[in-house]
Design a binder for this molecule. Structure first.
Ligand code: B12
Length: 504
């Protein structure tokens, strides 16, 4: 009889039930695992008691392996809790971690006694191979699985990386494994039933600060138009989605390759949001922009990062500050809201860069008042977590904390759950940021978001947003950002949406 492994896939809780979107990582893995076995999904964003749900699922059915998806930041604590519980109650079950955290911090993940295997990068091929090997896990077999890191008799072994793949599962994803998939359609500024979808995989750029470059090493692959149409038709016609949030790492690739995809999207007219780059949008021809408008692109999230050309070069962004200004104007002309993100408080020239960024944001607001602004703290990846092709390429200055000591990154998953490291992973704080700098950033963001409440906020009533905007106007005009106590107080009542916290 052929071995048909049973795998339990777990997405530890990372967000509220109302913000839960399709757990695409697990859906892709499930489609791949089901070719040779069976898989079940537990999504902690919906099934809130993820530990209990996991233990119950293990008690109910025979399971050969437990796969856990782990992203740095707030997902680590629940990932540890689930893994420890599985180890305690089902000590024989192999536990596999995959996703951004074990890809970027493989050795750290494998220090834990409750992580047996870590899969780096894409999981669609490595994971089914591993699960099949677990039937009879010899060192020889395990040593051949690309992208796998594991605990051998001589210590942790990292098998070579796996090649990049864009295999089409040939079917729509197994959404029905999520119970009623319609509960994942959310009311957003795009529509009443917005679905999350990922069309293309990867990104051809290798920005030094970005986890995506660490995951894919500068590779990207677009789907065939027929595949996109099949998937969108399912979401629209079967599930009733009326708008799409594309999770693609970088939506607009080479124009000639985008046209067939945009034609499908223009036919379906589902308002959409995506990640994009200023240079790619600036290069699009008029006829392609016509398609973009027809397809109803509402908002594009563009990593502006910095107003300093020098810093953009250092982080290998590949775009320039003048392109950021130009794209804000271009988007205005085409009725697309640019959502521009910045990284302030870099480890060097912390104050000047931050103040310069605030002034640049004001300029963007003058050019296109609808521009949405997202302010993050610059938190570079440690050298060891970059893609192997990029490690040691640039002699970056050692990161120093406020006392001039080198920044020591956590060595265990537990250490990553300390608030200061969760904040680091969420780009909210860094060891070189002083209290006054932290306060300055917070004050600027408070004044800015009250003065220009985001269009993505559906919760606060219009009158409240107008009142807050009027109250913030004098501070914004006179650059009096410090201690905006009255706005903080008003905000406590209105609770305006904060994109850097509730965003992707
Ligand atoms: C949806 C999403 C979220 C959701 C949560 C998703 C969930 N788990 O339920 C929300 C909105 C909550 C979220 C939050 C955060 N996110 Co997020 N998020 C994404 C996004 C847009 C899509 C993820 C996705 O579904 N991808 C599609 C699937 C198919 O790909 P995948 O997840 O990578 O899965 C593949 C592999 O990773 C692997 N794999 C994954 N899991 C597993 C498990 C096993 C067992 C195996 C074997 C393999 C495996 O195989 C999968 C198939 O190939 C990505 C960007 C992106 N496009 O991927 C960012 C991204 C993953 N997020 C990121 C970050 C940093 C965050 C935050 C921690 C901070 C932030 N926003 O700045 C926050 C936390 C915010 C807070 N304060 O709480 C970064 C991670 C980079 C890094 N350095 O670690 C990304 C890459 C965005 C970016 N460009 O910086 N996020």
């Amino acid at each position: 009889m052929t071995y048909k492994p049973n795998t339990l896939l777990v997405n530890p809780t990372i967000t509220s039930r109302s913000s839960a979107r399709f757990p695409l990582s697990l859906l892709h893995l499930s489609a791949a695992l089901d070719r040779t076995g069976n898989s079940h999904i537990i999504d902690g964003n919906v099934d809130r008691d993820v530990v209990d749900e996991t233990l119950q699922a293990l008690a109910r059915q025979p399971v050969d392996a437990v796969g856990i998806s782990v992203m740095g930041g707030p997902q680590i604590a629940p990932a540890i809790a689930v893994s420890k519980a599985v180890r305690e109650y089902f000590p024989e079950k192999p536990i596999i971690w995959g996703g951004y955290f074990p890809t970027l911090y493989t050795d750290t993940a494998l220090t834990a006694p409750y992580v047996d295997y870590a899969i780096r990068g894409q999981g669609e091929e490595s994971f089914p191979e591993l699960v099949a090997a677990l039937n009879h896990p010899t060192e020889e077999v395990l040593g051949k699985i690309g992208g796998l890191s594991w605990k051998s008799s001589d210590g942790v072994r990292h098998n070579p990386n796996r090649r990049f793949s864009m295999a089409d599962p040939g079917i729509v994803l197994p959404y029905d494994k999520l119970g009623d998939p319609r509960r994942y359609l959310a009311r957003t500024f795009l529509g009443r039933r917005t679905a999350a979808h990922q069309a293309a995989v990867g990104c051809r750029f290798r920005c030094t600060f970005c986890g995506v470059a660490a995951m894919f090493g500068g590779k990207t692959a677009l789907p065939f138009a027929a595949r996109l149409e099949r998937d969108l038709r399912y979401l629209k016609d079967e599930l009733g989605a009326d708008s799409i949030q594309y999770f693609d790492h970088n939506f607009f690739d080479r124009e000639e390759d985008m046209i067939p995809l945009l034609e499908i999207m223009a036919k379906l007219e589902l308002p959409w949001w995506c990640y994009a780059r200023s240079d790619a949008l600036l290069k699009l021809s008029d006829s392609t922009w016509k398609l973009v408008r027809k397809s109803r692109l509402r908002m594009a999230y563009i990593g502006a990062e910095s107003p300093s050309g020098q810093m953009l070069k250092e982080i290998r962004k590949g775009t320039r500050p003048d392109q950021t200004l130009e794209v804000a104007e271009l988007c205005r002309r085409h009725g697309v809201i640019p959502e521009l993100s910045f990284m302030v408080a870099p480890p060097e020239n912390t104050e000047e860069e931050t103040e310069h960024t605030f002034e640049f944001i004001r300029e963007l607001k003058r050019i296109n008042p609808q521009s949405e602004i997202v302010v993050y703290v610059y938190t570079p990846l440690p050298e060891s977590s970059k893609h192997e092709k990029d490690r040691g390429k640039r002699a970056s200055m050692p990161l120093l904390d406020l006392h001039g000591n080198p920044v020591m990154f956590p060595k265990t998953p537990e250490e990553w759950t300390e608030q200061r490291w969760v904040d680091y992973a969420c780009h909210a704080d860094a060891p070189w940021v002083t209290d006054s700098m932290r306060r300055r950033i917070r004050d600027f963001v408070t004044v800015l978001r009250c003065r220009f409440p985001t269009a993505q906020d559906l919760r606060s009533p219009r009158w409240a947003k107008r009142t807050l905007s009027a109250a913030a106007a004098w501070r914004y005009s006179y650059r009096k950002y410090n201690k905006p106590w009255e706005l903080e107080l008003a905000n406590r009542l209105v609770r305006l949406r904060v994109p850097q916290v509730s965003g992707l």
